[in-house]
Write a protein that binds this ligand. Sequence first.
Ligand code: NIG
Ligand code: FE
Length: 423
Amino acid sequence: MSNDHQLLIHNASQLLTLAGGPQRGNNLGNLGIIPGGAVAVQGETIIDVGPGEHLLEKYKGFNTFDAQGHVVMPGFVDPHTHLVWAGDRAAEFEMRLKGKTYMEILQAGGGILSTVDATRAASMDDLLHQTRQRSQNAFYHGTTTAEVKTGYGLTFETELKQLQAILTLDREGPLELVPTFLAAHAVPPEFRGRTDAYVELICYQMLPDLHTWWKERKVDRPLPFVDVFCEKGAFNLAQSRLILQTAHQLGFPTKIHADEFENLGGASLAAELGSTSADHLVKTPSQDIQALAHTDTVAVSLPATPFGLGEEEYTPSRAILEAGGLLALATDTNPGTAWCESMQFILALACRKMRLTPAQAIAAATINAAAAINRHQQVGSIEKGKQADLLILNVNNFRHLGYRFGTNLVSIVVKRGSIFPVN
Ligand code: NIG
Ligand code: FE
C-alpha cells in the first residue's frame, strides 16, 4: 500500500474516539463516542474524525470502507506481555491444580526457570516461529501494539537473543512491539544463592552494555524499558531499587512487577522513582495505592494472572480509581500464569472481577494502556495525527465488549492504515 493511500471508514454505529488523553481516577470510561462517525486516513495516519455525513462530503475522492453499522474503536494496546518464549508449562499447570504453588515450583528450579532452559536452547528460527503464532493471535483479537519483555534468557547474550526476536517480529508486523529488558525476572541457576552478585551483573554490565548495543545499532526508536520482578523469591526492594535507579541513570524508562504474591513496597518505589508503570498490584495496600495515585506512574492490572493461577484476589481497581490513579489493563501473556493473547478476555475479567464497566475497561485497554508504555501520543485513541490503528467490531454496541467472552468480536483490524480482515 502506498504512503498516500487514502481511506475513509464510515457508517460506524458508535465511533469510540477515546480522545483527550489518559483518563485518571473516576474519569476513566469516557469513550468520546461519535454516533454515525467516520475516520479519514492518509497513509498510516488519521487525518480527520467526525460525523459520517460531514466526512463523506469533505473526502470525496477517498476509498470508502463501510463499517456497516458496527462499533469502530482504537486498537487495543497490551502494555504487559512476555510473548517471546519457547515451550510450554502444561505439566506445571497440573501440578498447581494438585496443590503446588507457583513460587514452590520456581524455588524447585521449575517455573520461569524451566522456560529459561527451553528459551536458551531454542534456535532463533524456532523462537520466532513459536512467538509469531502468539503475536498473530493477539493481533487478530484486536491488539495493535504490545509491550514484550525479555526475561527467559538471564544472560546478556540470551536476553539479547530475545530482544532481537522482539525487534525482528516488530519489523515483520503487523503487530507493533515495544521492548522491555527484564534480566531481573528470576535469579538464574548459575547465581543461585548469590542474588546480589546477579544484581551487580545486571547493573554494572548488562545495562551499560545494552545501552551501548542499542546506540550502536542506531535503533530508530526510544530506549527499551527496564523491568524487575520485585517479589519474595525473586528481587527484594533494595535490589529492585538499585536496578531501576541504575536504569534511570542510563536513560532507560522503567517498569516494575509489584505485589503479585506479597507486598514488598514495589508500587511506592515505582511512584518515588517515576517509573512509567507498576504492574500486577494484587497485594497492594492503601498507602501504596495513594503513593501511586499521586503520580503519572500507570497502575497496570493483569486479571488473567490471578485467573490463570486459580486465585480469588484481583487488583483493587476501584480503590485505585477512588484515589485518582491511572489504571490500565494488560494480558501478561506468559507460559506460567497467563497464556492468554486476547485483550477482549481481559476486559471480560476486569468487568466481573474488578467491577469495571465496559466503558472503563475499554479506556483502560486503549488510551491508558498506551500511557503505560509511554506511547499515548501515537496510539490508544482515534484522533487527528495519531497512527491509524483501529478495529471494526461485529457488534453495534460497545458494551458487548466485557459482556461477551470466549468468541472474537473483532472483524477488521486496521494497522497503520492497512486493512486486515479477521478470516
Ligand atoms: O508476570 N511474575 C513474573 N512474571 C510473569 C510470569 C512469568 C512466568 O511464570 O513465566 C508474570 O506473572
Ligand atoms: Fe509479567
